[in-house]
Design a protein around this ligand. Structure first.
Ligand code: SAH
Length: 268
């Protein structure tokens, strides 16, 4: 899929990864550890009445391993060889974007579900390109919002590159665009490690991380922003992975009334 590219890539030195655009991210943070925390049948429980295709947005998809794992898990396609009808009885389309065009190219080349999962090179912080691009995707389905957004291990990179105001703006944008939002915030200790790594590589752009006023318990801080400033409510915390990262599910309070509330607890 063609999409605007505005990030000034390629990233000059291998390993620098100033956006978290590591070429082998999924090797050191495997998708299975995270998708397995999500209960089976989640989509059916969140959207019991939806007869239309569900639309998902995966922000910061890297080379797509987690996007594909999420797609399989949410649709009950655990068997890797199976291309059968989704067991969850839902039709899901995922738009997955990343700031790094080389990662997107790899994702496109290896995607097992090209008809349902689209990969696009997009800087989600570039409002000039994201808005036309995302609305054009949504309008193909006659929609103006996504049913669910995924923001997995991305908030730290947005925060380090765009500061407190960038993080707030990012969360406000996602909450206006997605009915549900699944977020895996990086804990504060990861910020220190990321800044240290980049400093070693001779980049000092992240030194301002010391002055970030949003710090400490990042899951709590992000929950506070989303619930107090973005009209979202926390639906569920799917617990921590072995990396001590929480998976938080939020719901927009201003969402449409088409789907009923989930009738059972989601964490079971
Ligand atoms: N979501 C995946 C990968 C996380 S790594 C997973 O959890 O496994 C973080 C990704 O966010 C990187 O691939 C990086 O390139 C991307 N990213 C960082 N800033 C971005 C931005 N402004 N727009 C789009 N993608 C971004």
């Amino acid at each position: 899929m063609a999409a605007p590219s505005s990030a000034g890539f390629p990233c000059s030195e291998p390993g620098a990864a100033p956006y978290g655009n590591f070429p082998n991210y999924s090797r050191f943070h495997p998708p299975e550890g995270r998708v397995s925390l999500l209960p089976g049948g989640l989509l059916r429980r969140l959207f019991p009445a939806a007869a239309r295709p569900l639309l998902g947005l995966d922000v910061g998809c890297n080379s797509g391993e987690l996007s594909v794992a999420l797609y399989r898990h949410l649709l009950g396609l655990q068997d890797k060889s199976s291309l059968d009808q989704p067991a969850a009885g839902k039709d899901l389309h995922l738009l997955c974007c990343d700031i790094d065009p080389a990662l997107i190219e790899r994702a496109q080349q290896s995607s097992p579900f090209p008809a349902s999962i689209s990969f696009a090179n997009l800087d989600i912080m570039d409002s000039g390109s994201r808005e036309p691009f995302l609305s054009s995707y949504l309008s193909r389905f006659g929609r103006s919002t996504f049913d669910i957004g995924f923001c997995m291990s991305v908030t730290m990179w947005i925060h380090l590159n765009h500061g407190d105001s960038g993080l707030r703006e990012f969360l406000a944008f996602l909450s206006s665009l997605c009915k549900y939002l699944l977020i895996e915030p990086q804990p504060w200790k990861c910020y220190r490690a990321a800044a240290r790594r980049l400093r070693k590589l001779g980049r000092n752009d992240f030194d301002h991380f010391r002055s970030l006023a949003i710090n400490g318990d990042m899951a709590e801080r992000i929950t506070h922003i989303l619930t107090k400033d973005c009209a979202m409510e926390l639906v569920c915390c799917f617990g921590s992975t072995s990396w001590d990262r929480s998976l938080l599910l939020f719901k927009s309070n201003g969402s449409d009334q088409e789907d009923r509330e989930p009738s059972e607890p989601l964490s079971g």
